[in-house]
Design a binder for this molecule. Structure first.
Ligand code: MG
Ligand code: MG
Length: 619
């Protein structure tokens, strides 16, 4: 795939953008006119810089409001076009993007539009240049790629072709089948973006909510596959307008963009069953372990929460100050080593989750895919007799270990040979989900990380009301639901999510939910053993009784234990929360009776209950 990105997609000055684009591995870049107008570099210097960086200039864009104008506006538009042709000569690109007109005075008469496009093509052709015509979703008379294609086809001039942009086609839900009519030699460029499914005006949606392929809801694979099928071999160019990306790091957004195009490419090629461009995307089998970094004192405080939850310290590491806590199929590892990554993590963040181990059937395949997606591998020195577990850099600098399913029992036996206590017959069985909190600007980046690396599906994005602001929340999960992450990002400085990030100095695990078959027994055992629990107001129980028509005995049983309740049809969900450990991480116990979501309606109740335990920040 020939990869390109429009400079408007990322933050910074034009020279910094181009450097970040080149460093991420793109073959080319579209120069967005505003970036050229605001740079201190002349167009020829931009061309030289791009050549030095090894980037092709794939297009100059945009040119607006040309066709259908009355005189004298028409003459002025064509004069303006000639001036832009001059700039293109200096920039070293032969392709200009022409957007369908939005001018109020533009005539929709088809013969006039054809004549204007033909004249523009003539003028471009005389100078060895080309024009790519794009139907904006909000174009005044032309707003559908089928109409734009019919015009290009009927003008039938070598210098006039079509630019397809996934936003304009998919926002209008134009069937991908219509792409089959387009001649590949007339498709001059393909622009790609994803977007969340929103019910709003096309212009605002496009200008603020475009995102990278894989981060939104558009059916991009089928759209891109239709383009591949006609035999298109040109550039696939990202064109993303997004306020978050403009506020983010140019290098990180360019890296995500490259990763997203590789993901799109692999989706097309997988569909076409030819040679895969990326190693296959596999689904992890589940959570092998969760590792906490802690000082010795913090480890004691953590133990005081783990014991009432039914965990027991069952083994010590062969050579390190690391303890394995178990219950059911759950493994928690508490690392008190005075050096290494866990220790640095504890110093920076305080006691917290520094690593997550995922069980996978094919570790080399995941590593190869990570490498192709430019996801960095983490390596640190290990002792000669230590079990090597490959790891990748994950959220907030934590690690994602890849544990080989076949040798997992052998790994535990080797690494933790010294028994401490027997496992207790606890109420908890497996890790249900892991909640990670991050800066709003990083949210889409981590979402892409998970869906690009693994075969994980994403749930629709939700906005959850925090007492101090809104929190975006979205889950990624395997189809069998054995691995679930919920991702949370907040813009509001005082929201609990943001305060977590401030307290924690970065993104990380905010809570861990354990599954149990009997929430009442699990809550009773935890309460009896002295677990500090989150208290839920009585008003909440009056409300759910009325909302769901629950019988009094059930409502009393929930209220007595501070258990939250949600329902989806006949499916039921029960949630019980601990107070936060070290003001950062808390634990959740859940029982699912056919329910597959995460109790979003209860999140504001939980957040408000947690906020009561926090001092108000005064700035
Ligand atoms: Mg476009
Ligand atoms: Mg949860």
């Amino acid at each position: 795939m020939l990869t390109s990105i429009a400079t408007v997609s990322i933050s910074g000055t034009l020279d910094a953008k181009l450097a970040a684009i080149a460093a991420s591995g793109f073959c080319g870049a579209e120069i967005f006119e505003n970036d050229l107008l605001t740079t201190h570099l002349g167009a020829r210097e931009v061309a030289t810089l791009m050549r030095d960086l090894g980037l092709a200039c794939t297009m100059f864009q945009p040119f607006r409001d040309l066709e259908g104008l009355p005189a004298p506006a028409r003459g002025r538009a064509f004069d303006r076009l000639e001036r832009k042709f001059d700039v293109m000569g200096e920039l070293g690109t032969d392709l200009l993007l022409l957007c369908s007109s939005c001018a109020p005075q533009a005539d929709g008469d088809r013969a006039r539009i054809l004549a204007d496009l033909a004249e523009a093509a003539d003028r471009a052709g005389r100078r060895g240049l080309r024009i790519g015509y794009e139907a904006l979703a909000w174009g005044r008379h032309v707003n559908d790629h089928r109409d734009a294609w019919a015009l290009v086809r009927d003008v039938d001039h070598d210098a006039l072709g079509l630019v397809l942009d996934s936003f304009h086609s998919l926002a209008r839900r134009i069937p991908a089948g219509s792409i089959g009519d387009i001649r590949p030699d007339k498709l001059f460029l393909v622009q790609v973006c994803d977007a969340p499914q929103l019910d709003m005006d096309y212009l605002g949606w496009s200008r603020h909510f475009r995102c990278m392929p894989g981060q939104g809801d558009f059916p991009l694979d089928a759209w891109a596959e239709a383009i591949r099928r006609i035999g298109y071999t040109g550039y696939w160019s990202l064109e993303i307008f997004n306020d978050r990306f403009r506020a983010g790091s140019a290098a990180a957004v360019a890296r995500d963009g490259y990763r997203a195009l590789r993901l799109l490419e692999s989706g097309i090629v997988e569909g076409a069953s030819s040679t895969p461009v990326l190693p296959a995307r596999i689904a992890p089998l589940g959570v092998s372990f969760i590792e906490f970094a802690a000082s010795t004192a913090e480890a004691e405080a953590l133990a005081a929460m783990l014991r009432p939850l039914g965990f027991r310290p069952t083994a010590r590491h062969r050579s390190k100050d690391v303890t394995r806590w178990t219950q059911g199929a759950i493994n928690l590892v508490v690392n008190c080593e005075p050096e290494g990554l866990a220790h640095s993590f504890d110093v920076v963040h305080g006691a917290s989750v520094c690593a997550i181990g995922l069980t996978v059937a094919d570790v080399p395949a995941v590593l190869a895919r990570a490498e192709a997606l430019a996801i960095p591998r983490f390596t640190q020195a290990i002792a000669a007799d230590e079990w090597p577990i490959p790891s990748l850099t994950g959220v907030g600098g934590s690690l994602l270990y890849l544990v080989d399913a076949a040798s997992e029992p052998a790994m535990w036996a080797h690494e933790f040979p010294q028994a401490i206590e027997d496992s207790a017959p606890g109420a908890l069985t497996v890790v249900d989900h892991i909640a990670q909190t991050m800066q709003f600007e990083e949210f889409l980046s981590w979402l892409l990380y998970y869906v690009a690396l693994f075969d994980l599906a994403k749930t629709p994005q939700l906005d959850i009301a925090d007492p101090m602001g809104l929190v975006h929340s979205q889950a990624v999960e395997t189809r069998d639901k054995k691995l679930r992450f919920t991702l949370n990002g907040s813009l509001a400085r005082q929201s609990l999510s943001s305060r977590f990030i401030q307290n924690y100095f970065g993104a990380g695990v905010q809570h861990i939910a354990f599954a149990c078959p009997d929430i009442f027994a699990a809550a009773d055992a935890a309460i009896a053993a002295g677990l500090p629990r989150l208290e839920i107001p009585r008003n909440y129980y009056d409300d759910i009784a009325a909302r769901w028509g629950l019988d009094d005995a059930l409502v009393e049983a929930l209220a007595a234990r501070d258990i939250l309740y949600d329902r989806d049809g006949e499916a039921e969900y029960f949630q019980f929360y601990s107070r936060a450990f070290a003001r950062r991480v808390f634990f959740e116990l859940v029982e699912r009776r056919g329910y597959q979501a995460y109790g979003a309606t209860n999140a504001p109740i939980r957040l408000a209950a947690q906020a009561r335990h926090r001092p108000v920040l005064i700035d």
